[in-house]
Design a protein. Structure first.
Length: 343
């Protein structure tokens, strides 16, 4: 058994099918979800670098026009394109860190045109929209799965690949503090550091390079934060005008919910935000929980969203007051042991 098979557990058959397909094809389009986080960008870049090391023609595509989050711009993402390749129908499409095709972009951008779709992800509610699916729901991050893919392909770790994957790993485990931190994820961290990942440099870029406008946006979210259910539920929101008033783009809202999550006694937090640009749905909602008993993905799925048990999200055209009412109602059901999905 290879290292990758041992790490992927029951997904070893899926791993082989995916790596066999990669060996058999030469041209690829890599995509990830809208408003990408560290795991999305790190996984896409790490896989792109690995495929290029094998001599594969690889394009990274990201939907939308919003700039990348500033904390990840130190990564080599200059070649990310915002328009689908003209030959998309001749390239294998690999989606990383996407729980379903809607997360790739409007109408599953490019998925219906690619001759083969490979879905690589760790969300437990993944819809398995690919022709081939490599879903490892007990993996700490998609970056962890990408490492297994590269290992199976005999792609050696370079400092550049290691840094990309380390970004995905460290952000999705909350700096190795979330419950998805496992012995395997810690061993992988050590492997990536040994291969050249600059731990201090990554920490400085991701966690200690904060734009003043982001702090002002955070201040607005904290000012509007409300406590419900005796402080067990924390909800806040950001309006479209807030972004313009403080000079912030939508990616600046990344991580704000973690400040709300730190409130003493909170079991679940929600951040509602209106995108500053006229793109997509009127409002996007992020959910986080501090306890395994509170499955926020079940709440998100009820309105077409999804994610992990402790980190999920959905979109809505409803007014903010109605969204807050929905969140309060669903949290009360979950908190009292009622199945949200069946409510």
């Amino acid at each position: 058994m290879t290292r990758a098979e041992a790490g992927a557990g029951g997904a070893s058959g899926e791993l082989k099918a995916v790596t066999d397909a990669i060996r058999e094809h030469e041209r690829f389009t890599l995509v990830t979800h809208e408003n990408p986080d560290g795991d999305a960008l790190g996984s896409m870049l790490g896989l792109a670098l690995g495929l290029r090391a094998l001599g594969k023609d690889t394009v990274m595509f990201l939907t939308g026009s919003a700039p990348l989050p500033a904390e990840y711009r130190f990564l080599d993402l200059a070649e990310v394109v915002r328009e689908l390749p003209a030959d998309i129908d001749e390239r294998v499409l690999v989606a990383v860190d996407c729980a379903n095709e809607r997360r790739v972009g409007p109408e599953g951008t490019g998925i219906d045109r690619a001759p083969l779709v490979i879905d690589v992800d760790h969300h437990h509610d993944n819809s398995r929209f690919g022709t081939l699916n490599l879903i490892v729901d007990d993996a700490s991050s998609t970056a962890e799965i990408v490492r297994d893919v590269l290992c199976e392909l005999d792609v050696g770790l370079t400092p550049e690949i290691s840094e990309a994957l380390y970004v995905g790993l460290v952000t999705d485990t909350g700096r190795f503090q979330y419950s998805n931190t496992t012995p395997k994820s810690l061993r992988l961290a050590a492997e990536l550091v040994e291969a050249g990942a600059d731990v201090h440099g990554i920490f400085r870029h991701v966690y200690e390079t904060v734009q003043f406008a982001k702090l002002k946006l955070l201040a607005r979210a904290l000012e509007r934060a409300q406590l419900f259910e005796g402080g067990r539920l924390v909800v806040s929101y950001l309006l479209k005008d807030d972004f313009g008033a403080v000079g912030a783009e939508e990616p600046y809202s990344e991580g704000i919910i973690d400040s709300l999550r730190a409130v003493e006694g909170s079991e679940m937090v929600a951040l509602i935000r209106e995108p500053p640009r006229n793109e997509g749905p009127a409002r996007r909602i992020s959910l986080r929980s501090s306890h395994d008993e509170v499955d926020v993905s079940a709440i998100a799925r009820k309105v077409g969203g999804g994610g992990h048990r402790q980190a999920a999200g959905f979109s809505s055209e409803r007014p903010i007051a109605e969204i807050i009412d929905f969140i309060r109602r669903e949290f009360a059901l979950v908190a009292h042991g009622v199945d949200s999905a069946g409510a």
